[in-house]
Design a binder for this molecule. Structure first.
Ligand code: DGY
Length: 422
């Protein structure tokens, strides 16, 4: 890539963030995702931090303005009605639970790590904003420890909570759901994007059935913990919360806060991460808590161990095998497994956000050559194929939504040769 190329791409990425800005929050992409999504928004903040630090803070503050009194930060905030998306606020039925109409589940807590990175851009100017966000982040992390931890591993209660909606990791737990009474509904996602790149009707029936269950139980966490058949310990959540906790503790120390509770969570999460090691697979894996069974999946989330601060050489052998099987790593699912599908959302495609988290973790752990290979490979993918939502790992062809916020943010924060690496 010439210098001219990457400067033009930097400009395009900034224009995508500006174009998806709806005034204080950023949509992932127009049409397909018309609201504020939790982890998309945290990535957007990281992207903005590379050229407009004030706007970066505002993105996270808007996200936390939707925090529920129990500490949960929802995965979608429905700031303004939009008939182009399903399921909207009426289906979720969360009215009265939080300050803004929202979904009833959360999403991977990357926010604390990006808040720390934003703060690093200007410590003195950012301190009041970091100080205001610190207790809110801590309340959110406590909510995960209270309601999602099983022996220290963090569970999801809906495939949408992991952000990896249709990953084969959930197939076993999804098969145990009989979506009886789900009724008729009209999907909107497949009118924006080729249905072959989206989850199937089989998946959607179960997604909606789980939302209806949450609504019926008034989004009461204790009731859901008892009655929800879907509870899967997830490497995405576990490694990401582990990392976020370490960054939150570092922020807390710098602010003169007591971080002993956060340090206890970190120790619990380290034990939880170790319990996700599947010896038969020689990999970190998801585990269905209800059935007591590993999923048997090497996914891109398995490679988040380094990001979580778990330096595990056993995963380097998996990296070589999985990356070597495709042209553009990291495939979201093992390309040598029968479930692999190069186009269908989280069953194979490469996602730049996961690449960035894996690459940051590898660099931190001292695996510089692999980290650099991943970063330059991701840069080549975007330079050749654009700022798509995700990509076919076999040939790089773009998939899902276009002009995508988090792909632009990852470009600015990490993949671009001019990225600050913050
Ligand atoms: C969707 O609508 O596809 C989202 O992933 C749900 O969060």
């Amino acid at each position: 890539m010439t210098q001219m190329d990457h400067i033009a791409l930097d400009e395009q990425a900034r224009a995508i963030l500006r174009g998806n800005d709806r005034g204080g929050y950023t949509v992932p992409t127009a049409g397909l995702y018309p609201y504020q999504w939790n982890w998309d928004s945290a990535f957007a903040a990281w992207g903005f931090a590379q050229f407009d630090v004030g706007r970066a803070w505002q993105e996270v503050e808007t996200l936390f303005s939707g925090q529920w009194p129990n500490g949960m930060v929802p995965h979608i905030l429905f700031h303004k009605p939009d008939p182009g998306y399903f399921p909207g606020p009426d289906v979720w039925g969360t009215q009265g639970k939080g300050p803004i109409l929202s979904s009833g589940i959360s999403q991977p807590p990357v926010a604390a790590t990006f808040v720390r990175a934003i703060w690093e851009k200007d410590r003195a100017a950012g301190e009041p904003r970091a100080r205001a966000l610190f207790p809110r982040l801590r309340d959110w992390h406590r909510w995960f420890m209270d309601w999602r931890a099983e022996d220290g591993a963090i569970c999801i209660t809906h495939p949408w909570e992991a952000g990896r909606d249709n990953a084969p990791d959930w197939d076993g737990a999804m098969a145990a759901i009989d979506p009886v009474g789900v009724g008729e509904y009209t999907r909107r996602d497949t009118s924006h994007v080729d249905p072959a790149m989206r989850p199937t009707k089989y998946d959607y029936d179960r997604y909606i059935w789980l939302v209806q269950l949450g609504k019926r139980l008034g989004w009461d966490e204790a009731a859901l913990k008892e009655h929800n058949p879907f509870r899967v310990a997830d490497p995405t959540m576990t490694f990401i919360l582990l990392r976020a906790n370490r960054d939150l503790a570092a922020m807390g120390r710098a602010l003169g806060e007591d971080v002993s509770e956060i340090e206890e969570w970190t120790a619990a999460l380290e034990a939880g991460a170790a319990a996700l090691w599947n010896e038969d697979l020689a990999s970190y894996d998801a585990k269905d808590v209800r059935a007591g069974r590993f999923a048997g999946c090497v996914s891109s989330a398995s490679f988040l161990c380094w990001y979580g601060g778990v330096d595990d050489d056993r995963m380097l052998a998996q990296v070589e095998r999985v990356w070597g099987a495709v042209r553009y790593p990291v495939p979201s699912h093992d390309p040598e497994s029968p479930e692999f599908n190069a186009k269908r959302y989280w069953r194979g495609p490469t996602w730049c956000i996961i690449n960035a988290l894996i690459g940051i973790g590898m660099a931190d752990a001292g695996h510089a050559a692999q980290a650099d290979q991943l970063r330059t490979g991701t840069a080549a993918l975007v330079a050749r194929h654009g700022f798509a939502e995700y990509f076919d790992p076999t040939d790089g062809s773009p998939a899902g939504g276009g002009t995508f916020t988090w792909t632009a943010a990852v470009w600015l924060g990490w993949a671009s040769p001019s990225a600050g690496r913050a």
